[in-house]
Design a binder for this molecule. Structure first.
Ligand code: NAP
Length: 320
């Protein structure tokens, strides 16, 4: 089968299209023929190992997972003898950032992992990008216990995480002030933002309003800058570690004192989360934003584009 192989950490060029053996499902696994996947910031992080901490999960000197790709949509081609939740021919989608493997024509998933049947109304290309940004957004929303009536500011509302966060925060009933570039103001309004701040015209950290939560979904700000925007028990969250990894330190210390605090939840995803996101998609509460599409052969170009930090939503890889 065709697979994208990376045997070392480094720039986009370390990935190579190769022919390798098709995997076989273990007793509790399904074999998926992948029809669509994505290149996202999680793939970039594991491919480059730019943050050294990645190597503790992914191999100190060389990547343990030779094929990246965490989001997938495809069809089950075979099942292990203990599989009861899925059958051959099921159309499925999901997420795997432990084993990865979706940048290949076939991958395996344990039946109890973050996988479920596809939303009825979606194509493979539309289903593949549901989970990465969606589950990061969901983890932060749950950590901050965002609820109806609250005021939430989301910076970077056009990233995979930010565009999911706008829609999910609205689903949980809170009011969204979203920060984005001029070209995406209308898109972000269409996702449900109540107020949009164009960052080319206004510095959101200088506005004189207060919020229950400031979620920086592109990690461009700091707690110090955003503190004046928080109400007295307000929460600051960021997708980046911050200067000298300060967000980890602040997440351990600020909750001890009461008042304004930083949260930095560790992302997790389960089958229940994937089912939850699927239900939101089926009821038109959540729709992943798709920017560009590339073929598997063009994956280096896809990586280069994702690493500009300018994608709007998600970048999808199709298999031709
Ligand atoms: N290390 C990891 O494993 C990992 C995994 C997932 C996510 N993350 C981090 O999470 C963050 C979000 O990732 P993502 O995939 O959702 O998005 P992304 O690829 O970082 O998306 C960037 C989006 O943010 C907007 N943006 C860029 N600069 C901005 C600014 N100063 N203010 C407001 N918006 C700005 C861009 O729009 P314009 O071009 O129009 O400005 C673009 O739409 C990134 O920082 C990423 O590194 C890390």
């Amino acid at each position: 089968m065709r697979a994208i192989i990376n045997t070392e950490y480094g720039p986009p060029e370390v990935v190579k299209l190769m022919y390798v053996d098709k995997p076989s499902p273990k007793d509790n696994e399904v074999l998926i023929k992948v029809y669509a996947t994505t290149v996202n910031r999680t793939d970039c992080g594991f491919r480059s190992a730019e943050y050294f901490i990645i190597r503790f999960f992914s191999g100190l000197f060389k990547p343990k997972n030779k094929t990246l790709g965490n989001e997938f949509a495809g069809e089950i081609e075979a099942i292990g003898k203990d599989v009861t939740l899925f059958k051959t021919g099921d159309k499925v989608f999901g997420y795997n950032d432990i084993k990865f493997g979706a940048h290949a024509e076939y991958m395996t998933m344990a039946q109890n992992d973050a996988i479920t049947t596809m939303p009825a109304n979606l194509t493979y290309e539309e289903a593949a990008p549901i989970t990465e940004g969606g589950h990061y957004a969901l983890c932060n929303i749950r950590a901050a216990k965002i609820k109806s009536g609250q005021k939430i500011l989301i910076n970077g509302a056009t990233g995979a995480i930010g565009s999911a966060a706008v829609q999910l925060v609205k689903y949980f009933g809170a009011e969204v002030t979203a920060v984005c570039d001029t070209k995406n103001v209308e898109l972000v309004k269409s996702l449900g933002a109540n107020v949009v701040i164009d960052y080319t015209k206004q510095d959101f950290t200088k506005i004189s309003q207060s919020f229950d939560v400031v979620f920086d979904a592109v990690g461009k700000s700091s707690f110090g800058q955003c503190k004046p925007l928080l109400n007295k028990s307000g929460i600051y969250m960021s997708t980046e570690l911050g200067k000298n990894a300060e967000n980890i330190f602040l997440a351990h210390t600020t909750p001890l004192f009461g008042g304004k605090k930083v949260l930095f939840p560790l992302p997790t995803i389960s089958m229940e989360d994937v089912v939850f996101l699927k239900e939101l998609v089926e009821t038109d509460k959540y729709k992943p934003v798709i920017d560009r599409r590339y073929t598997l052969e063009q994956i280096i170009e896809a990586y280069k584009f994702v690493e500009t930090g300018q994608k709007t939503g998600n970048v999808v890889i199709t298999f031709t």
